[in-house]
Every structure is written in structure tokens, then in C-alpha cells.
Design a protein around this ligand. Structure first.
Ligand code: GLN
Length: 556
């Protein structure tokens, strides 16, 4: 029998950045907990083909799927909440949509007729949505036979933006075709201006009017705000927007995003969504979510982790979004050992000179983490932090650039190779411990930057007797990557002899994937990004090992 496919479009009102991704992911999690098969798609309406080449200041974290697609950070939220691996089918940008349309037109795929904005662009969008819900051609062959009962489609940005119109048009066309199978949800923001102290509904009313102008009426409104929306304001919205009060749900700020599925369940969001999609009433199994939130509440003793990064500032504001998955991975691991993670954001650029602003920047830290990164800015500050961790025996976890810089630090200060560096920064350096991977040379020469790094899941073999092998408890692992440079194999023996072990290698032995320091309580780094695999219900072994070592130090 053909599976029934249903769709929930999620669009935003008033402003972006109010947690639409987490709302989408939480609703998906609840539907999954009711036994349905769920998948989610993120639409980014910008013209870039993917966010891989975007400046983090513009975009925040670039998440990487197992099939090697650089995506928006919301994919990370979906994977964490749905506890599923997603693929290239789960993302769409206007850049990629137009790329397909133009390629098809060039290949005479439209049979010589005029290709129009409408309906051809929405039809391409609908085709992609349906392929994702049917899981056609996905990396995971098993998924092909499964597909999804419910596909959530989050449209980035807010209604009323020009670039969203064609996606709303796709939603309208799908609803027209199958009104019982397509739901539209508006996640809107209700401000409480401090000078008034009252929640205002008017901006949301305008957002609904914008949807109406696109031929759409929302079925459900999720009211994001500082506090829960009251009945009075629900009534106001209801009259103005033709959405019944029982179809409006409060989504106030919460201390942990992992509380949201339970809150929504209590408010009856899942029941209402299921009813509106004409599913029979189903019970929602919340045991896992309850156990998780209990664990979070019980994690009271702090453990302090310093993340040495480049923090994007826009005007007067500092953004830490770039390291979202790292932050979540730290939390997942800390909660499993009932510790409350306290993050100290260390600005790598400020650490570059030892007489910088902060006198003792590493004081009181139980662990130091250097995450992924690119380019020159802040590099010497990161190396300084790594040196401190190595010499003072503070637990250290290095991710990607954090491995490469740990190698440079070791070469400079232990092997006394003062000129050690990466060719990413000093192309002609005398002791290039990190250099461009072979297959990357041509790409850089041809300015072929988009989606051409070593991306996605690759296997790695862990060497016997190493900490890495002990933490994973197995020899073969598969982890996600995003890099162009690698450890230069020329120097491997020299490093090994001095105590920096190659604990993980690619199966052919060519690429160094993990290093660790002998005789240090915890000094470990990976060329891959373990943070992309950490899930609230399955914390990542490297992060758990790191947090355990940090917690041990904090007891001292
Ligand atoms: N810049 C380094 C490289 O390209 C590290 C990348 C990263 O940390 N993701 O190899």
C-alpha cells in the first residue's frame, strides 16, 4: 500500500532568530515519539548554493551532513531532536533551486517552452520536497524504502520577504492539491516592549496579513515570547487573524531547548497537529525526553570549559553561533556525568599577546577546547591556549583546526622547530607540518571553492592501546569531515618518537585522523568534527571522555 505523505510548512513572522528551527525540530520530535516517521527540510532563500562559502558572521555554524553537504545550523537541530541522519535531500537554497532549473533548461529538459518564475520554480521546490519525503536516492539505502509520514519544511527568514514568496507559492500549490495533507504553521514573535510591559500582537497580525496576501491562511500559530501568551491576547489574535484560540500555542523562553518538546506536548501541540493532518489520535511516548530533562535539572555541579574561538561581532554584539554543535556536544556529555557545563568564551585574537586584556585567561578552566577554523586571525592565540593545556596538563580537545594547531604547537615548542606552521597561513614555511591535501591543489588553483573540501563521512581506524580506541571501544569509526589541509605525513615518525601519537588513521594509512599526547591526563584531537554526531540521547564518546577528564580536574 502506498504510504500517506503529509507536510507541515513552518514559516516565521515578525523577525528571524526566534528559534523557528528548534520549534520545528521539537514538533518533529513529538511526532516521532508518537510513532510516525518524520523528516525535516530547511529552506534558505538566499542565492548562495550552500552556506559553505559564507562568512560565519553572516551565517553562524556550517553544519555538515554525512553525505558531505554544507548546510545551515538548523540541520544540526533537526538531527539532534529527531535523532536521525539527514542528507542533501533535506536542504534547499534558492541558489541550488535555480542551479537545477537552469541546468535542466540548458539540457532541453523543458522541451523548448518558456521557463517561468511561476509555476516552474515552485514546481522544482515541490519536486524536491516530495523527493525528501520519499527519501529518494538518499545515502542510506534503507531509508529509500521508508520515506516519511510527516515532512516538516522550515522556510528560513520571515513572511513578507520577497525571497520567500516562491516557497509560499509552493506551499499554496501543495495545499490546493491535497488540502488534508498540508499544514501551515506560523512561528511568530510577540514582543513585550520594556517601556510598556505589555505583550503586543500587532506585528503578528501583519505577518498573518502577509501570508493572506500570498493566498495562505495559517492553521496554527506558535507564539514565541519572553512569557506565555495569555487568553486575552489569544482572543485578540484570533479575531484579527481568523485562527482559533485553541490553534495558538505559547512558546515562552526556556532555560534549555530540550524542554520544548515536553512543553509542547503539555500544551497539546502534537495532538492538534495530528488532528489537523487527519491522523487518528496517537499516544506520544515522552520517556526519553523526560529522562533527559530530569538529568539536565540534576546536573548542578559545574565544570568549566574554555572554548578558544573567533567570535563574530556585528556592531556591538558578539555572536557565538559559529560553534553551536560544539556547545551542544559539550552539554550532552556534561549531563551524562551530571555536571553543569559552564562555557568560557575565550577570544583567540585577544589571547595573541600575553599582555592582553585578560590577565590570566586560563585560570579556573577544567578543560580547553579549540574548535574548527580557517585563516590567520586568532591562530597564535589558539596556539598559546594549546601550549598552556599541554604544559599545565589541562584536559584538551582539538577539533579539526584544533588538531592542526596542536601539531604546530608541539613542533614549535617540543621539537624546537620554530618555523613550524601550516601552509594555509605561510605557504612557503620551512617546516610545513600541515599542508594542502593532494586533491585540493587543483581546486584552489581553479578557484573552485564551493563544496570542494574533504566533506562528509569517512572511516578511520583507531590504533590499539590508544586513549581514542578506549573511548570509542572499537577499531573502526566513521566521522564527518570538513577540511582542505592535513598533517604532513613526512613528520609523523618524528612526532611519534617525541610522544605525540597518531591514534587514528584513514584505512589506507595515508591521512592522520587523530592524535593524542602520551603522559597527559587528556590531550586529544581529531581531524574530523565529532560535534556533528553528538545527540542528546547519544553523547559523543570523545566529548564524554573530555568532560570526564575535566570533571576530574575540577574535583582537585
Ligand atoms: N582550515 C583547516 C583546513 O582547511 C581546518 C578546517 C576546519 O577546522 N574545519 O584544513
Amino acid at each position: 500500500m502506498l504510504r500517506r505523505r503529509t507536510y507541515i510548512f513552518v514559516s516565521g513572522g515578525v523577525m528571524s532568530g526566534v528559534g523557528k528551527g528548534v520549534v520545528t525540530a521539537s514538533i518533529g520530535a513529538l511526532l516521532k515519539a508518537s510513532g510516525l516517521r518524520v523528516t525535516a527540510i530547511k529552506i534558505d532563500p538566499y542565492l548562495n548554493v550552500d552556506p559553505g562559502t559564507l562568512n560565519p558572521i553572516e551565517h553562524g555554524e556550517v553544519f555538515v551532513t554525512k553525505d558531505g553537504i554544507e548546510t545551515d545550523q538548523d540541520l544540526g537541530n533537526y538531527e539532534r531532536f529527531l535523532d536521525e541522519d539527514l542528507t542533501r535531500l533535506n536542504v534547499m537554497t534558492s541558489g541550488s533551486v535555480f542551479q537545477s532549473i537552469i541546468a535542466r533548461e540548458r539540457a532541453l529538459g523543458y522541451g523548448g517552452r518558456t521557463v517561468e518564475w511561476v509555476p516552474d520554480v515552485p514546481l522544482e521546490i515541490i519536486g524536491r520536497i516530495k523527493r525528501a519525503s520519499e527519501a529518494v536516492n538518499v545515502f542510506d539505502s534503507e531509508a529509500q524504502t521508508r520515506g516519511a509520514d510527516v515532512t516538516l519544511i522550515e522556510i528560513g527568514g520571515t513572511v513578507g520577504e520577497y525571497q520567500n514568496l516562491l516557497y509560499l507559492e509552493a506551499c499554496r500549490m501543495m495545499r490546493m492539491e491535497a488540502p488534508n495533507d498540508v499544514l501551515l504553521m506560523l512561528v511568530s514573535y510577540l514582543p513585550v516592549p520594556p517601556n510598556l510591559g505589555e505583550m503586543k500582537t500587532k506585528p503578528t497580525q501583519y505577518a498573518v496579513r502577509s501570508l493572506n496576501a500570498a493566498g495562505l491562511q495559517p492553521d496554527i500559530i506558535i507564539c514565541r515570547s519572553q512569557n506565555p501568551i495569555d487568553d486575552r491576547r489569544k482572543q485578540k489574535l484570533s479575531i484579527a487573524c481568523s485562527v482559533r484560540s485553541e490553534d495558538m500555542f505559547a512558546a515562552p523562553n526556556v532555560s534549555s531547548i530540550y524542554e520544548i518538546p515536553l512543553r509542547f506536548a503539555k500544551e497539546g501541540v502534537a495532538d492538534r497537529v495530528l488532528e489537523k493532518l487527519h491522523f487518528k489520535k496517537r499516544s506520544v511516548d515522552l520517556r526519553q525526553w523526560k529522562a533527559l530533562t530530569k538529568r539536565i535539572r540534576e546536573s548542578e555541579r559545574p565544570v568549566r570549559i574554555g572554548i578558544v574561538g573567533k567570535y563574530a561581532s556585528t556592531g556591538n554584539f558578539l555572536l557565538t553561533d559559529t560553534y553551536l554543535s560544539v556547545l551542544e556536544a559539550i552539554k550532552h556529555a556534561a549531563w551524562t556525568i551530571k555536571r553543569k557545563p559552564e562555557i568560557v568564551w575565550l577570544n583567540a585574537e585577544e589571547l595573541e599577546s600575553s599582555n592582553g586584556k585578560i590577565k590570566q585567561p586560563f585560570k579556573g578552566l577544567d578543560g580547553i577546547l579549540v574548535p574548527g577554523g580557517f585563516g590567520t586571525r586568532g591562530v597564535e592565540g589558539k596556539i598559546r591556549a594549546i601550549r598552556y593545556a599541554r604544559e599545565k596538563k589541562v584536559p584538551y580537545l582539538g577539533l579539526c583546526y584544533g588538531l592542526q594547531l596542536a601539531t604546530i604547537e608541539f613542533a614549535r615548542h617540543v621539537l624546537k622547530r620554530k618555523d613550524a606552521h601550516t601552509t594555509e597561513i605561510v605557504p612557503t614555511c620551512g617546516y610545513p607540518v600541515i599542508h594542502l591535501m593532494n586533491e585540493q591543489e587543483e581546486r584552489i588553483k581553479n578557484k573552485d571553492y564551493g563544496g570542494t573540501m574533504r566533506l562528509g563521512a569517512y572511516p578511520c581506524l583507531l590504533q590499539q592501546g590508544t586513549l581514542a580506541r578506549k573511548l570509542y571501544g572499537k577499531e573502526r569509526i566513521v566521522e564527518r569531515h570538513r577540511h582542505r589541509y592535513e598533517c604532513n605525513p613526512l613528520y609523523r615518525c618524528e612526532f611519534e618518537a617525541a610522544g605525540l601519537l597518531s591514534s587514528g588513521l584513514s584505512p589506507d594509512g595515508a591521512l592522520l585522523e587523530m592524535i593524542e599526547l602520551k603522559g597527559h591526563p587528556f590531550f586529544l584531537a581529531s581531524q574530523f568534527h565529532p560535534e556533528f554526531l553528538s545527540r542528546p540521547f547519544h553523547p559523543h564518546p570523545l566529548f564524554v571522555g573530555f568532560l570526564k577528564a575535566a570533571a576530574k580536574r575540577s574535583r582537585k
